[in-house]
Ligand binder design. Structure first.
Ligand SMILES: Nc1ncnc2c1ncn2[C@@H]1O[C@H](COP(=O)(O)OP(=O)(O)OP(=O)(O)O)[C@@H](O)[C@H]1O
Ligand SMILES: [Mg+2]
Length: 409
């Protein structure tokens, strides 16, 4: 039998053990609770941080934009290096899209002359039916176009795209579109140069190089779809850049109930196979190029139904006369006043005839056209007076005579 003393000690040990077990249990649960607390705290703080960071980022972005906008500096640049403009910026660059700054209208909308706050002169194209296209879709297309860079293509500087507005910003071409010089409007205040033969040859060559780049230096090739004299732009020295290439997907599909020129091309320039079957290839552009060559030779618009019967459609009228030395002289632009080399005219007429032939496969490649024109322009390089006295003659276009000339993009 245990003594009462031993009994007491045993009870004491049991109590101690119970206390120790309970204390460790309490400690363990305390530890679990604490680590759970830490886990939750960590999670909350991470989320908070993220949120905060986002806000901060947004805030910084906005402030940056705001600051720069206020200071009139370039603010946002897209991945491809294109400038992203706010509507407000372009609104002030064009004097509130004032009528006096309109330089033309086309299938896309109106074109305004503008000056950015850093002094650069630009042409701003304001799309008529801005609602049609999603912002992202528009941006993707624009970014694609901006990848096409050549000294013979008009550079896209940036764009503005929000739910209400779609605008494209281009470098400004002081002498506007080729058509304005070939067919000056008599009631306009602008002073137009009579384009001499050398200048016409050089325009033909540089425009051909623009198309050659699109067709042969890009993979897959880009079809211009709307090659015509108003899309051949001239800088202050009458150097040429091709504009509006690949814009077909950007513009409104229908303008005033008609299928837009963006989809169908412009009357008088469209290759017969494209008009008939909708089959579009780079050879359709070669046809349109041939029509422009005919405009340069004859000084006539592609379609003019006010002319006598048989003369309304330029290609139909000119084609039979292009390969005849004597006849070709008779179709030449009277404004040239006979100031050209017949040998060169015959060569250019032969190129034009090949480009506008109905059978697409027999039309030359743009590289062939370039090759044939290069020697003609080279001969004139030393004797040419082009550019020496021709700058800023276009009074309505050249707000100042010091338009910076970009030789290459
Ligand atoms: N970057 C530019 N610099 C100077 N003038 C320009 C510029 N872009 C266009 N223009 C002028 O604005 C006019 C209208 O151009 P726009 O491209 O909108 O129409 P278009 O060439 O007549 O037809 P399309 O819409 O089929 O191209 C042109 O004829 C040209 O005179
Ligand atoms: Mg155009």
């Amino acid at each position: 039998m245990d003594s009462p003393d031993a009994e007491y000690r045993r009870k004491e040990r049991t109590a101690l053990a119970i206390i120790i077990v309970m204390a460790s249990l309490a400690l363990a649960s305390l530890l679990v609770a604490f680590s759970y607390y830490c886990y939750i705290r960590n999670k909350v703080s991470k989320r908070h941080h993220k949120h905060h960071h986002h806000h901060q980022h947004q805030h910084q972005h906005q402030t940056k934009g705001f600051d720069h906008e206020e200071k009139g500096l370039i603010q946002v640049t897209s991945e491809k290096g294109l400038q992203v403009f706010s509507f407000k910026q372009l609104h002030s660059a064009t004097g509130g899209f004032s009528k006096s700054n309109v330089v033309g209208h086309g299938g896309f909308g109106s074109v305004y002359r503008g000056v950015l706050s850093d002094g650069r002169k630009v042409a701003v194209k304001l799309m008529d039916q801005a609602g049609k296209q999603g912002e992202e879709e528009f941006q993707v297309e624009v970014e694609l176009l901006s990848r096409l860079r050549s000294p013979y293509l008009l550079a896209l500087l940036g764009y503005c795209s929000d739910s209400n507005h779609k605008l494209l910003v281009y470098e400004f071409m002081a002498n506007g579109g080729l058509q304005e010089h070939l067919y000056p409007v008599s009631h306009s205040n602008a002073v137009y140069l009579k384009l001499d033969w050398e200048t016409r040859l050089r325009i033909a060559l540089e425009a051909a190089k623009g198309l050659e780049y699109l067709h042969e230096h890009i993979n897959p090739p880009v079809i211009h779809r709307d090659f015509k004299s108003s899309n051949i732009l001239l800088d202050k020295n009458f150097h040429t850049k091709v504009s509006d290439f690949g814009l077909a997907k950007l513009g409104p599909e229908k303008a005033g109930g008609h299928v837009s020129t963006r989809v169908l091309g412009t009357q008088g320039y469209v290759a017969p196979e494209y008009a008939l079957t909708g089959h579009l290839t780079t050879k359709s552009d070669v046809y349109s190029y041939g029509v422009v060559l005919l405009e340069l030779l004859t000084g006539r618009v592609p379609v003019d139904m006010k002319r006598p019967p048989g003369e309304g459609v330029l290609v139909t009228w000119a084609l039979p006369q292009l390969t005849d030395r004597d006849k070709v002289v008779q179709i030449m632009d009277p404004r040239l006043e006979g100031q050209y080399s017949l040998k060169e005219v015959v060569q250019v007429a032969a190129i034009a005839a090949m480009c506008v032939q109905p059978e697409a496969d027999y039309r030359p490649l743009m590289a062939d056209v370039v090759q044939s024109l290069v020697p003609l322009v080279k001969t004139h390089r030393l004797s040419s007076k082009v550019g020496a006295s021709s700058s800023s003659l276009h009074s309505t276009r050249s707000p100042t005579p010091h338009e910076p000339h970009k030789a290459s993009i």
